[in-house]
Every structure is written in C-alpha cells, then in structure tokens.
Design a binder for this molecule. Sequence first.
Ligand code: AMP
Length: 286
Amino acid sequence: MQNRLQVAVQKSGRLLDGSLRLLKECGIKVDNGKDQLKASAGNFPIDILYLRNSDIPQYVEDGVADIGIIGENTVFEKQKKINTILPLGFSRCRLSIAVPKNTVYPGPEFLNGKRIATSYPNSLRHYLNANQLEAEIHEISGSVEIAPNIGLADAICDLVSSGSTLFKNGLEEKEVILKSEACIVARPGLPPEKQTILDRLVFRIEAVLKARNNKYILMNAPDEKVREIIRILPGMKSPTVMPLAEKGWSSIHTVIEESHFWDIIDQLKEAGAQGILVVPIEKMII
Ligand code: AMP
C-alpha cells in the first residue's frame, strides 16, 4: 500500500471521462468506478479513489489521497494546502458572472447591492473584494442558472464553457472571474517513493498531451520545391526528406503543432506541396 500512489478522481460528473481517458492513454488500466470507491491499476503502482469533486482538495490536503484530478476552479475555491502540478488541457471552462438578458449593465458596479447566486462563494467573494464591490452572495448547490428566473437573485456566478446553458436560461455573460481546466494537484511533501511514481505519471501524461497537440504531416513535392517547403515548416527538428519512386519527386515528413498546420497550409500548397496527409500521434517523447 505504502508504495502505491493514491489518486483521487471525480466519482461522477464532467471530469470523470477525461480523467479515465487520460490514464488509459498513459497505458494505465483502471475500472470505471460506477459502483466502487476504490480500484487498483493492474500495471502501474496507483490506486484510484472515486470521490466527490468538491471533497478532493480536502482529501489531498489530509493525505488520504496523494494526488487528485480536479478543476483549477475547485483548487481556487477550496483554498487548501495543495500544490497544482500540471494543467491537463480538458474540462476548460470559466467562472463568470451573468445577468438576465436586456439588463442595463454599465459595468461591474451594477453588482453593488445586488443578490448573486452561486455554488462558488469563495471565488465570488474574492472577486467582489478585489473590485471593491458589495453584493449579497446566495450560495446554492446546483441549477444556479434558474435563480434569476425564480426571483432568487439578480445575477449568477457560475461555470460556463459553450455558453448554451446561459443562453437557454435567458442570461448574458458579463464578467469572467477566472479561467479553468482540469489539473493534477498533490499534497506537499510526498515521500520520495511516491514522488518517484508521480514523476513517472507526469512524464507519461506530458507525452500524451504533447502528442494530442501535434500532428505528423507528410506531403509530396517536386525536388526543386523541397527547399522552399522546408523553410515554411516549423518542425521539431529538420524534416525527413525521402525520394519517391517517381524520379524528380520527394516525400517530406515532419511533426508540427496542429494550430500551426492551419496557419501554413495555404503556403505549403502555394509552394507546390501535394497529397498532404495529417496523421495523429499517439505518444510524443522529446
Ligand atoms: P461537475 O461535474 O459539474 O461537478 O463539475 C466538476 C468540474 O468540471 C468543475 O469544477 C469544473 O472544473 C468542470 N466544469 C464544470 N462545468 C463545466 C463546464 N460547463 N464546462 C467545462 N467544465 C466544467
């Protein structure tokens, strides 16, 4: 037991699928925790504890779990003595203040003296204090977006990703308090043998995340165009150039960030690249 890292993940909810998928892509097999509180990974020294999202910071601070996968917003809200180790790139959202559509909203000063419903009272209080605003915080545990419609509040402070829930409830986003994504948190002062397991886990996760953001691209071009195409490519290292069976033609291979690919695709075509293939990468270790 002592030599296994205890990893807390959300028992059910938005973070669960992304957390288990990430572990799976790291080659770590665990059962989905529908009816169980704890599962052991068969091929890596970690145990998974399935817990309520909002309880995870406390469990990590107390050392019941060594690390946890939670949203950065929860780290900020709970203010526990835990360290954020690594952002994970999924469950991106923002904590925002929204008001009913057509409200005359001159700026944050609108919030003075108003009632704001939220499940994140500490984060909201922090925002109000930082902006010298005084409002009444109504803490509710869910379905915050209906509070203005039933006369419970003048505004809400809630998590937003696409904005469709706000839209469906006739609300408009006015202020972004913080931005969040899933992250790994750890208790300070892990014993060395657990720190070693965490380092191995982080190494695998970084390889998976890097691979997700990068693509392997291949293209063909006449030999006399190869030099110009290489100049356009912002690859990891020098690209691979191989002759094709057809004389006078080459195949060029490289790895680039997906966002860069869309920036340069037109230039590549103009420079004479043909038959461009974009292939996902499973793991990337540099
Ligand atoms: P929940 O499953 O609703 O308890 O939310 C758990 C965590 O998922 C939150 O603390 C956020 O980090 C994240 N989250 C919540 N709502 C959203 C959303 N609309 N889009 C993306 N992530 C979210």
